[in-house]
Design a protein around this ligand. Structure first.
Ligand code: ADP
Length: 398
């Protein structure tokens, strides 16, 4: 039997998080402040969250009995990632376990084809897309939209894994074989036109079970080799009309899909037929998200506190920014494994930089932390956050 997490006297709940990654870890600070007990079903006792959360039983998120036993010790269950299988979620639902988000919402963050279908039904702008089942489908899409096109495995992708730009159906075949999905495409492969976007944006919404919702300002996300390296909050020079339609779209998605907790709507900024600036939705994440890490230091209520409030159906906090600009720079794994010795330099050079490291082992390009810098000058904040992150990564040495 899974040990009961210790809870504070006074009726405080236990929030269970399936998955012991950095998102679960970053919920622990706000949980402590609010007197809420966090419990984490961690993949290993060395997982990022297991290092800081006292109640962290080890178990696999695909193991129904492990997840069930864990859920029985919690008042509400939420997630560190979107990989819990639908069968496991259905069994929890049948047991009467309350999960936020629910199984029926989560499917739209787990399956990119289901997401495209539902957003299209809702009239939300998406890139042109097609569920391809045959090589002929692929040829037709390429001819209609123009090569190259973008192919995505519907499930399991992250940080660009599961996404390929392909110049022909032969290219697609090779890629699918390389990622271990050689076909036939029974469930279908998601094909999309290759969007000629000006930049990538993200809108974060928190929504509670009773329907209260709050959004942070629209941010710009900068990716290098499909990995987010930097987030600028708010997105610089964003057309105010685009900011409001993008925010409305994200709120509408959250409401229509009945998302509970934090939802990230990733978008591309594009020009429409008349040349006016607009958006198409790229994808959804139903959990606190990298594009919201800036809010930990840069907003009145950060995304991890807001997620806890939302999943407990508490009134939401004020999402407004505390500064004109906050820049988040990701710390990616680099050459050296010994990170602590970098603190002396980073902290002495810039006392205003807020460093967050996740207790993860270093692997090249792995997200192991981030740095937030707020201020009145965007370029200065970018330089400072970027330098601190690069120093921690070992990209710069002074
Ligand atoms: P992941 O699930 O790995 O995050 P995404 O669907 O977000 O995958 O795609 C990763 C990156 O690939 C995006 O951030 C974007 O830069 C690029 N990308 C994805 N879809 C398209 C598209 N239709 N057109 C152009 N670029 C795309």
């Amino acid at each position: 039997m899974t040990e009961q997490p210790k809870r504070a006297p006074g009726g405080f709940p236990v929030v269970g998080v399936v998955g012991g990654g950095q998102l679960a870890r970053m919920m622990q600070g706000p949980a402590i402040e609010l007197g809420i007990t966090l419990s984490v079903l961690a993949e290993a006792d060395t997982a990022s969250a297991a290092l800081v959360v006292p109640s962290a039983p080890v178990g696999d998120h695909t193991d129904l009995e492990a997840v069930r036993a864990f859920a029985a010790t919690c008042d509400v269950v939420t997630f560190d990632h979107e990989q819990v299988p639908q069968e496991v979620l259905a069994a929890l639902e049948a047991d009467g376990v309350v999960t936020h988000p629910s199984r029926s919402a989560l499917v739209f963050a787990q399956d990119k084809l289901a997401m495209r279908e539902r957003l299209t039904e809702l009239g939300i702008a998406c890139p042109r897309w097609y569920r391809a089942r045959t090589v002929d489908d692929v040829e037709r899409c390429g001819e209609q939209w123009g090569w190259p096109i973008v192919a995505k495995t519907p499930t399991g992708g992250y940080d660009g894994k599961g996404v390929a730009v392909v110049g022909s159906s032969a290219d697609l075949g090779e890629w699918l074989a390389a990622v271990g999905e050689p076909g036939p495409f029974e469930h279908g492969i998601l094909l999309e036109e290759k969007v000629d976007f000006a930049r990538e944006l993200a809108v974060l919404v928190a929504r509670s079970p009773s329907g209260q919702a709050a959004t942070w300002p629209v941010v710009e996300t900068v990716q290098v080799d499909s990995i987010c390296t930097e987030v600028l909050a708010p997105a610089p020079n964003l057309d105010p009309d685009l900011a409001s339609v993008a925010t409305e779209a994200a709120l509408r998605i959250a409401g229509a899909l009945e998302v509970t907790g934090v939802l990230a709507v990733e978008m591309f900024e594009v020009a429409d037929d008349t040349g006016a600036t607009t958006y198409v939705v790229n994808e959804l994440a139903m959990r606190p998200h990298n594009s919201g890490h800036w809010s930990m230091d840069g907003a009145v209520t950060g995304q991890f506190e807001q997620h806890l409030r939302a999943v407990l159906d508490l009134p939401l906090g004020d999402p407004r920014p505390r500064a004109a600009w906050t820049v988040m720079a990701n710390v990616l794994g680099g050459e050296h494994e010994e990170l602590y010795s970098a603190y002396r330099h980073v902290m002495a050079r810039d006392p205003g930089a807020k460093v967050h490291l996740y207790g993860k082992g270093v692997r090249p390009s792995r997200k192991i932390g981030h740095v937030n810098v707020s201020g009145d000058d965007l370029d200065d904040a970018r330089d400072r956050a970027g330098h601190a992150a690069d120093y921690l990564s070992g990209v710069v040495t002074q």
